[in-house]
Design a protein around this ligand. Structure first.
Ligand SMILES: Cc1cc2nc3c(=O)[nH]c(=O)nc-3n(C[C@H](O)[C@H](O)[C@H](O)COP(=O)(O)O)c2cc1C
Length: 305
């Protein structure tokens, strides 16, 4: 059997599959399907300094091969996470990643400070949420913004720091470099692509927030392209996500340059998606006599045009 272990930013993962933030809650709902130790890690729902109710409904819409969401970071706040969710999560035998979002740089720094004193394994900086009025993506769409917020949080964050990038940018390679320059130990991408649907009878947008984030298989080729471009520009590990729903997608994303993967929207249509992906990946490695999953990372042979 091939070696599925990966190391991201100094943290050991039993396998490269991580549940993506916002699609797995804080894990409790999924424990009835399989032990959470089946997964390499869990990126928890994005947390903020204070509790947030999120956006008013409707905040989910189906799209061809995907979905639009504008949940707007509904969460119980960082203190609740540390006191109530983290102790339970740490008993599940998987890597626990805290995904954080803020309205201001100070918010991010205060959360990083609090989490540094906790048992969380890794912090994922969400500077790419398109569904809140203030914060999130405002920090993530310019190189200067990305480098500034990363280096500010870096000073407070004693945990390995992964910066989650927005795809709603012109040059993802430059953005990735800015995160690395700011002190990121790893980067993850992509968050959702901003989209919109309109009800033709009412002439109202389908989402109350008017716009939302597109995810699912529809975004997969965009994610592969961006992971490929980002991975060529940075030395830190790249965690690839966006539309992965089969083991073939997982192999593709690794070949593009990902060292680990996150599975998001696929969990909504099939909670067992990560288990099936892991099985298929394992078989693929064995059939191709590949000793370690790490050998796939960046192994694409691009045309030299
Ligand atoms: C309902 C929903 C909620 C999400 N919430 C968060 C969040 O809180 N923080 C975050 O960084 N990303 C969030 N995301 C983005 C996902 O983690 C992921 O980056 C994106 O959906 C692309 O991957 P996928 O196509 O596999 O879902 C959310 C996505 C969905 C669909």
């Amino acid at each position: 059997m091939a070696d599925l272990r990966v190391n991201i930013a100094g943290v050991d993962f039993a396998n490269p599959l991580i549940a993506a933030s916002g699609t797995f809650g804080f894990g409790r709902e999924y424990q009835e399907f399989y032990p959470l130790s089946t997964l390499g890690g869990i990126s928890c729902k994005g947390i903020t300094l204070m509790e947030r109710p999120g956006n008013p409904p409707p905040r989910i819409a189906e799209t061809p091969s995907g979905m639009l969401n504008s949940v707007g970071l509904q969460n119980p706040g960082v203190d609740h996470f540390i006191e109530k969710d983290l102790p339970w999560l740490k008993q599940q035998g998987t890597v626990v990643i805290a995904n954080i979002a803020g309205n201001t740089q100070q918010d991010y720094c205060r959360m990083a400070d609090k989490l540094s004193a906790s048992s969380v394994d890794l912090v994922e900086l969400n500077i790419s949420c398109p569904n809140v009025k203030q914060g999130g993506v405002q920090f993530g769409t310019s190189c200067q913004g990305v480098e500034e917020i990363t280096s500010a949080v870096r000073k407070y964050c004693k945990k390995p720091l992964m910066v989650k990038l927005s795809p709603n940018v012109a040059d993802i390679g430059e953005i990735a470099k800015a995160a690395e320059a700011g002190g990121a130990d790893a980067i993850s991408l992509i968050n959702t692509l901003t989209g919109m649907r309109i009800d033709i009878r009412t002439r109202r947008p389908i989402l109350h927030n008017n716009t939302g984030g597109l995810s699912g298989p529809a975004v997969f080729p965009v994610a592969v392209r961006m992971v490929w471009q980002a991975a060529q520009k940075v030395k830190v590990p790249v965690v690839g996500l966006g539309g992965i729903s089969t083991w073939q997608d997982a192999v593709e994303m690794l070949l593009a340059g990902a060292s680990a993967l996150q599975i998001g929207t696929a969990l909504f249509t099939d909670p067992y998606a990560p288990v099936k992906i892991l099985d298929g990946l394992n078989r693929y490695l064995d059939e191709n006599h590949i000793a370690s999953v790490t050998e796939l990372t960046g192994a694409v042979c691009p045309y030299g045009n």
